[in-house]
Write a protein that binds this ligand. Structure first.
Ligand code: SAH
Length: 374
């Protein structure tokens, strides 16, 4: 597997300036709240309402093209867009399947870091699966992203930009099915969102603030998925948001989870679930328990029973994900009959459970397959 930092082809050097690995992504409108935007245009000697104009272009009209900003003086457009709407991610490649309704985009950031996002159009909703980090430091052995390690955190605007791109493609009717909007956002792309807490929170705010402050997607339609960073789950609980929390559990027992989700050595199953129930209690929202079905590893009947006993009576919902193949992994998906029995056992204990309608396996765009290998 190639590293996420090593794009094939020349490493981009922008404006003849080499950038070290510690250089920060350029500041962007989507990093800033309304007051920050007004301050930023103030630095350019412009009145605050210019920030509102730019916000309307970006978040309401979904454009970052200065030529379309006809309410701004022509001489100012490029200066303002260069300062507040710098290009952050450049599409390197687009792969699609499901008749074009599932589309994976490989993005290159200003420093050459690569990330991927996936748009999935269903009859009743359009979901953007976004990355929060280039690479991931959590090292789960069945996940392709985890194999290359962490390159860096994405900025809030680098995250928002992925949703923006999907929203714009939908608005322009570029996704089969006619014009529409992005209704859901899941932080299930590359990276561990809660390990990039502040930027992810800013991104969540920008994604959910009504336009022109943000993209106006309902908080309830945003899912933050985590391996179970307990202090961060507790912190999220105090934010007063109503986003959905998903916990990637994958095993009900510490012995197995220590291997499947190595961060379990730090925060055990019981602690993770306790934090999750705290989130459910504070938000009234059912926590989604993610469970990849791995043949002969975590799919035994006794594990279904153990899982059911942990979840019984809690505000939880189990999402079973047939394991998606990843390069070099020795594991495969559970036998369908075994998976069906696992599901039946959970259901028999009264635990709400569904099997995830996995999309994008053909384009290595499904859960755990995002490796951004150029
Ligand atoms: N780091 C976060 C966000 C990634 S979400 C988290 O782990 O929750 C991606 C989801 O897909 C997680 O539930 C992850 O455990 C799961 N996943 C990873 N690799 C997978 C694979 N090969 N097959 C199916 N699901 C996988």
């Amino acid at each position: 597997m190639t590293s996420a930092t090593a794009p094939t082809g020349p490493v981009p050097v922008e404006l003849g300036q080499a950038r070290g690995p510690s250089a920060k992504p350029p500041r962007h409108l989507a990093d800033l709240d309304q007051a920050g935007r007004r301050a930023a245009v103030g630095e350019l000697g412009q009145p605050g309402f210019r920030a509102d104009q730019l916000s309307r272009h970006y978040f309401s009209r979904l454009t970052d093209d200065p030529a379309e900003m006809t309410d701004l003086p022509a001489g100012l457009r490029s200066e303002l867009t260069a300062a507040l709407l710098p290009p952050l991610l450049t599409a390197q490649r687009e792969l699609e399947c499901d008749g074009g309704t599932t589309r994976k985009t490989l993005w290159r950031a200003f420093d050459g870091a690569l990330v991927e996002s996936v748009l999935m159009r269903y009859p009743d909703r359009v979901t953007m699966c976004v990355s929060s980090q280039a690479g991931c430091g959590m090292a789960c052995p069945f996940c392709a992203t985890g194999q290359a390690g962490l390159t860096r955190n994405l900025s809030a605007a680098e995250i928002v930009t992925q949703v923006f791109a999907g929203a714009r493609a939908m608005a322009r009717g570029q996704v089969p099915g006619g014009p529409g909007r992005v209704s859901n956002v899941v932080f299930m792309g590359m990276g561990e969102p809660l390990a990039n807490y502040a930027r992810v929170l800013t991104a969540v705010r920008r994604i959910t603030e009504p336009a022109p402050g943000g993209l106006g997607i309902s908080q309830r339609a945003v899912t933050v998925s985590t391996v179970g960073l307990v202090p961060a789950i507790r912190r999220l609980t105090g934010e007063g948001l109503s986003v959905r929390l998903a916990v990637s559990l994958h095993a009900p027992d510490d012995e197995l989870r220590d291997d499947l989700v190595p961060v379990n050595r730090r925060w055990k199953v019981a602690e993770v679930l306790e934090a999750a129930w705290g989130y459910a209690a504070a938000t009234g929202r059912r926590v989604s328990i993610e469970y990849a079905m791995i043949r002969d590893i975590n799919d035994q009947a006794w594990r279904a029973d153990r899982l059911a006993s942990l979840l019984a009576g809690q505000l939880a919902h189990v999402n079973l994900i047939p394991l998606n193949p990843t390069p070099g992994s020795k594991w495969t998906a559970s036998d369908p009959q075994v998976a069906a029995e696992f599901l039946d056992r959970l259901a028999a204990h009264g635990v709400p459970v569904t099997v995830r309608d996995t999309r994008g396996t053909e384009i290595d765009g499904a859960c755990g397959q995002l490796a951004a290998t150029g």
